[in-house]
Design a protein around this ligand. Structure first.
Ligand code: AHG
Ligand code: MN
Ligand code: MN
Length: 341
């Protein structure tokens, strides 16, 4: 729960990251600095989001991205802001974004060695909600380089299982701007105080309730789902004997906002495969995997219906996956029903 901050007890994200780093004597500080870089990008994007409608940042950019989606101006702004915040630092060897067809290898001229880390990200999640002032987000996933040893990184460095992530998190541009992340030592939430331009620790050690209050799914797809999914969603809606209680429905259409609400209050989010999207809609590398790392660290679970999201070995940068994620016992219930013959 958020704790009251006396004026002298504020813990900035910089201080928190530093204290976390001290738990690892072997740490070089590069991951800490990469997380700071992302904080800066988050503040810059938050400023634009907060002023959207007053500046020429709303509306369509006038291009189609690799996903076949119309790019919004804020998609492009956020995409470039994140890349610019990391590409000159020598900390990353390759970045890959939902908005770019291919990974972008990074080579800082003076440094032959090349960065240790790989950054995968969804710069602006929930794009269809930008123009109607509904919460949107940014999602990031950090790996160590794995396929190349030095110099610019490659696609192979990006195609790693979610279980190998060294850090992951999201920024939620909601009623306040929050940054939530994990490095495998629990999940911690920071709220941006725009009056001082700092992310302050507001939600230390976030733990998700084992059973959710909410279920979140786009029910307009009902007729396109497999019978097993219809059974699972029917049970979350109406209950299933003593196995699962009927839940309340909440669906915002911004993955980050739906996941954050369910993380805090307990809930289960589903974006299943259907007859129009046989692999689901959401992307494994920079949506499902980072959020699965966060949710698992908070005591929850994430599956594609058969396997843990974090155990899926990616073969393509933009590959999609069905996703059921949230409170541990709700995800287990869904997996059990889907596993029945
Ligand atoms: P993005 O804006 O990055 O493309 O992500 C949109 C995603 C996700 O945020 C959300 O959960 C989902 O699209 C909503 O899809 P539907 O409108 O099909 O429900
Ligand atoms: Mn997205
Ligand atoms: Mn996006």
């Amino acid at each position: 729960m958020a704790r009251s901050q006396s004026p002298t007890s504020v813990i900035t994200i910089e201080r928190f990251i530093m204290e976390q780093e001290r738990l690892h004597p072997e740490a070089t500080g590069e991951l800490s600095n990469l997380l700071y870089d992302l904080c800066l990008a988050a503040k810059i994007i938050s400023r634009q989001v907060r002023r959207a409608g007053l500046t020429d940042i709303l509306g369509e950019f006038g291009a189609i991205n690799v996903q076949g989606e119309v790019q919004q101006k804020l998609d492009v702004f956020a995409n470039e802001t994140v890349r610019h915040s990391v590409e000159h630092t020598g900390r990353v060897c390759v970045v890959a974004s939902e908005e770019d067809e291919h990974p972008i290898p990074v080579q800082v001229r003076a440094d032959r060695r090349g960065g240790k880390y790989v950054l995968l990200y969804d710069p602006l999640d929930g794009s269809t909600n930008i123009g109607v002032n509904v919460s949107i987000g940014t999602i990031f996933s950090i790996h160590r380089r794995s396929a190349t040893k030095k110099g610019p990184g490659s696609l192979a460095d990006c195609l790693q299982k979610g279980r190998a992530q060294v850090a992951a998190g999201y920024i939620l541009y909601g009623s306040s701007t929050m940054l939530v992340y994990t490095t495998g030592q629990g999940v911690h939430g920071f709220t941006l105080d725009p009056t001082i331009g700092e992310f302050l620790l507001s939600h230390p050690d976030i733990r998700s309730p084992d059973v959710g209050t909410y279920y979140s799914v786009n029910e307009s797809h009902w007729n396109r789902w497999a019978p097993g999914i219809q059974r699972v969603v029917g049970a979350f809606k109406n209950g299933d004997g003593g196995k699962v209680e009927a839940k309340n429905a909440r669906y915002i259409g911004s993955l980050v906002a739906d996941i954050h609400r369910n993380l805090m209050s307990g809930g289960v989010f589903l974006y299943p495969a259907d007859t129009m999207s046989p692999h689901g809609k959401l992307r494994l590398l920079y949506e499902a995997a980072p959020l699965a790392f966060v949710v698992e660290q908070a005591g929850g679970a994430a599956t594609d219906g058969k396997r843990d999201i974090l155990d899926i070995k990616p073969t393509e940068l933009h590959q999609r996956t069905p996703l059921i994620i949230g409170s541990r016992r709700d995800v287990a219930y869904a997996s059990a029903v889907l596993g029945e013959k």
